[in-house]
Ligand binder design. Sequence first.
Ligand code: WTA
Length: 654
Amino acid sequence: MADSDAAIEALSFEDRRFPPSPEFVNHALATDASMYDDATKDREAFWAKQAESLDWYDKWSTICEWNLPFAKWFVGGTLNVSVNALDRHVVAGKGDKVAFHWEGEPGDTRTITYAQMLDEVERFANVLKNLGVKRGDRVNIYMPMIPELPVAMLACTRIGAAHSVVFGGFSSEALRDRINDAEAKVLITADGGYRRGAASGLKVNVDVAVKETPTIEHVVVVRRTGQDVEWSEGRDHWWHDLMDDSALEKHCEPERMDSEDLLYLLYTSGTTAKPKGIMHTTGGYLTQVAFTHKYVFDLHEHEDIYWCAADIGWVTGHSYIVYGPLTNGATSVMYEGTPDFPDKDRWWSIIEKYRVSILYCAPTAIRTFMKWGTKYPDGHDLSTLRLLGSVGEPINPEAWVWYWNTIGGGRCPVVDTWWQTETGGIMISPLPGVTTLKPGSATHPLPGVVAELVDEAGKPVTVGGGYLTLTEPWPGMLRGIWGDPERYKETYWSRFEGRYFAGDGAKLDDEGYLWLLGRVDDVMNVSGHRVSTTEVESALVDHPTVAEAAVVGANDATTGQAIIAYVTLKAGETGDEAHGQRLREHVSVKIGPIAKPKTIVFTDDLPKTRSGKIMRRLLRDVAEGRALGDTTTLADAGVVEEIARRAATSPTEE
Ligand code: WTA
């Protein structure tokens, strides 16, 4: 864990403490340790109690069946997710309550109540049925941040189809591969979306992707930007045509789903080139996201205006824009665009306009705001905020304290929440009315979650650095990797026997606080997005001029990590700036703009051990400008010095 040493050093100086304020405690849902005590006494009973806050058709017969590493939760129970997210609030007389205050990037807005959401979801569920989607099928979704996106997801849940949402920033090839892996029948998309004031295209990518997706029978397209699109009669349908069809049945009877039926697939990058389809099921997942959303954010259903500023294309949006908040009957803000359009105060103007009380975002955003300066937040009334959350990457203490002071006005607890696509919901986080905060620490596992740090040999660590593992099953845990049960065992359960290994390093201080230190495997974290080094390497090597490539994540003050690629070209090729630009574009086409290397270093050779393994550790040293570590195991020590010389002069894209 060479990377982590510097972080451990830095963290050991951080001893500021922020206990919950009396004002916050007076009003908080959880104010003492009783939930922790209940969960310690009987973990399964604790989770069953949380599950009881959902509406079930049939109650479960067994809380948890644990066949390491395969778990089933609330076995025998039946429920429908859309009913929990919508119908039950409408039935309880809250149909007029706002589910989403949606704000489009150009400034257009929509206010959608629970009753309106339900109406749209039922109708779109019937649209899907009419297109031949059946219980157990998969539906792909590739959309911008518009209200039709949660409508489409919930419509799938209504009829028992699993959705697979692909982030709109992924390329057509990435989309194609995910569709083919899931074998989806229908794809839901839009003509395009808005980003920084311009319309970007989605349907164009879809048209390329579906040329090679034999299972897709229909494409449903929302008209968002009005740009010209190509049309394939019979295959393509406008969303509004299908929804406005007078023959369309308005009511859609919800399917009674088994607790363990597949709810969705979400693809995430691992240490290999092929992304994994993470499987989440119905009852356990919904229990986990509803519980965590309520208690971590101290949600007061009737007062709070909650805003999770993530994209629904990632797990944070699935769990904390769609499933958690709707199940809890919350009023949310949903925003389509970027924080700097039309100006760098867009977020603060949204908070002021909707009187947002809870904000959940990523440290990358916070560090960017710090760079832009306080004049943007200072120009707005942020006094409605009462709680701030952070997710996606370690938050450095400076950013935490800036968030606390400048955005939270020194009165809002900052909850740093650690979790993963695989965990389904938040695992490690303060409870804001209970936990004394330390800037940069995610503090403790939530009630019902058991985490342990272990050393190389799998021996528990009580103080100091180690590997983060989870030792007991939890309701929202992934149920496997789509189509590859062996890979599930091997990826998550084989490094330390009997433990789920999350891929993260962490440190425990002498008061039992956890400090997350980032990935210890070949996964990079760029602006809170997971990108696999191997995936980027494969994309580069796929280019006809490239002989070999090695990719590392280097520390970056704004994005957390930046992608640095070391590339060896085939004989006769020249590694100049234009060539670097072509390779960046190629990666963008293969994966998406998020995976574009910031710097490409052309080199005649890569540092390898005598057995031919690329020494990424040394490449990281070079990328981060450190003195080179031990080079004695290298086959040719001169190679890395040459690379360091070249790296110093390689062009970098901002
Ligand atoms: C990292 C996002 C430190 C971590 C919800 C994890 C964090 C990966 C935190 C999962 C945090 C997430 N502190 N690191 N609070 N939250 N991570 O699957 O490395 O996109 O393994 O899920 O993000 O990323 P994913």
